[in-house]
Each structure stands twice: as C-alpha cells, then as structure tokens.
Design a protein around this ligand. Sequence first.
Ligand SMILES: *Cc1c(COP(=O)(O)O)cnc(C)c1O
Length: 393
Amino acid sequence: MSFLRADLAQLAAYQSPHPSAQSEAAPPVLDPLDTNESPIDLPAAIKATLASQYQEAIAANRYPDGSQLALKQAVIAYAARSGKVPPETLSVENVTLGNGSDELIRSVLMATCLGGHGSILVAEPTFSMYAILANTLGITVRSVTRRDSFEVDIAAAQSAIEQAATTSLPVRAVFMVHPNSPTGNALTQRELTWLKQLPDSILAVVDEAYFEFSGHTTLAEALSRPNWIVLRTFSKAFRLAAHRVGYGIAHPTVIAALEKLRLPYNLPSFSQAAAQTALAHSEELLSQIPPVLAERRQMLQALADHPYLQVWPSAGNFVYVRLSDRGLLALAVTEQAAGLAKLFKLLRSQGTLIRHTGGGLRISIGTAAENQRTLANLQQVLGLNIATQKVAS
Ligand SMILES: *Cc1c(COP(=O)(O)O)cnc(C)c1O
C-alpha cells in the first residue's frame, strides 16, 4: 500500500508476552521475571485510597488535568528529597510527565533528531526501546560496543560522534541507562566524565529507571547543565507499571520542547492520581527495596557458584547471566546465542519466564518464592543430562 512509509515494512510491532495471554504451549503458571516490575502489587490500603479517589474526586466524563501541576509538584519534591538537592533548585519548569518514560524517550527523539536533524548514539547491549522507537521515526541509530565489564567503549563512542559530525546526521543525543539494562552496571566515573564533556550540541539522556534500587543519580547534572536530561519511571520501584507514568528532569528549555511534543492529555486522571498517591506513600512503598536487594545478593551468590553460568554484579532489580564454556558444553551448543535460546526455553518450560536480550539472559528479582523457583529450575535444566533434554522449538 503505497500510502504507507516503505521503511515500516521492515519493522515489527513490539511484543511483550503478558501473563494473561500466555501461549498454549506454556505451563499454566509462569513466574513473570522478564520485565523488571516489582513482584508485589500495591498494598490493599493504598488501592482502597485510590478507589475512593476514583469514586469521589475523578470525573470520568471530564478530560484529565492537562497541566499536571499537582503531580509535577509532588514529583519535584520527591526528586529533590531523594536526589539530595535543595528543593528550591527544582521548579515545575524542570519536569515533564510521560505516559511511561517510553513516551519521553520518543519525545526526546522527536525533539532532537526528527526531520533529518540528527542521529542518536547508544552502547549495546542496552535498553532496546531507544533503537525501536528511533526506527519507527526513521531516525538513525549509531551504536558502539561495551568492554568486558560492560563499560562503554569511550574511544569508540567518541570516534562515532566525530565521524557522524562529518555527515548530514550528526549525533544529537546519547542514551545511557544508569544502571544499564540488561547488564546491571551503573555509569562509572570515567563514563560520567565523558558524558559531561559532550558539547552543547548533544543531549545526554540518562535513564534512571532503576534509581531507587541503585541509589545513583545524575539529577544535579540535569539541573546544572543545559544538555542533560534524567528520565525516571513509576513502573519499577513504585509498583505502578499498570498506570504508565514516567518523568523527565532537565533544563527548562529542554522541558519546554518536550512539553510541546506531548499529547495534551497523555496522562489519564487515574494515572495522575495513582502516581500522586504513590508519592504520598513513598516511604511505605520504597521500604520494599532493601528486601529486593537482599534477594538480589542471594541470587547473585547462587548463580556465581554455578559452574555453567557467568554472572555480573547488578545495581538494578535484575541480574544478567551468560553461559560459561562448560555451560555451552553441557547444553551441547557451540554458540552463546544458541545456548541462551535453549536455556531460555528450558526455563520457560519449567515455569520461569525471563528475558533473552542483549547477548545474555536478564532475570528480574521476584518474590523470595519466585527466586527460589528460578534457582531450582536452573538447577533442574542445567543438570548433567541436560544435553538429552527435549527442547520444544
Ligand atoms: C522499564 C524501563 C523504563 C520504563 O519504561 P516505562 O515506559 O516508564 O514503563 C525505561 N527505561 C528503562 C531502561 C527501563 O528498563
């Protein structure tokens, strides 16, 4: 159909298996450890508060508050408190809200690169959404690799930027996750120093989706530099993935541009109320972080002890593993990718759903029971006669 952009034929719609839509081949219950959400729902009392807000304060027939002022004020208060910056350094001009931080990523792409204005730079493996969204907008993605510890190859990144500067599509934005997904490493001093020396013609986008788990933030940079934006989300530590709320903090000029690009009513009234309620109960909700970190420690220890696996430290609520040489041998494969695909399927057949991405397996930290099942299932499928196990293809 000639009215469609030809490049869209090359793309596929984003698919993320939802627990309510599991395939027939899957066992009846899958532990959903593939999307890094919190494994625990909102406390019933908070849900009840929200329900009464819906009954009493939200008019379903009316459009949401398009200014989003109340939520913006609550967000900056939380950002200042958690980022240890004086509250007076942050105003509502420094914040924009998105329908998930995914929307903000798209707005950043539109604000910096759309219409042949430029390209973005990422370091693989990283969050897949940057490239996916860039592709839907016809925006060129330049990518560099990471070193053994998953630190960005800075020399390669620098030369990619210099090379791009000689083309019609110079780099306009560098996307970094802090800590990175799927690999779990936080930005190092070296990486931060490099980001800080980027010229004013390039926006540093620091995605802090896992801030509450890592404790690392670059908020102060976003407030002191014109070319830096911090992205955060309510989908992970705040247990609000169902409500789709994210926020960006940056210089007012950057925020003003993003505000022009967002849909007027991008955040439903109920989602605004949910995020405000979550912030009002932030202490209670975030009290679940230390147990998650304790579970992560145990999980990492158990995985590190396994001779078939290779595992790295993580500053997020997930861990990243690959197969060791012995693991490849045990799975009767020669290629890492083939081994990971096999292990992924074996685990799924046991009821553990994880993410095969970025040249490894990313396993979300779930409840204690889920994590124990993950380890038991790994033990089971990586048993000695693993090579003879049937893998449904
Ligand atoms: C989960 C995640 C997000 C959050 O996306 P939402 O659209 O807010 O749910 C953003 N960035 C990264 C790196 C993530 O892992």
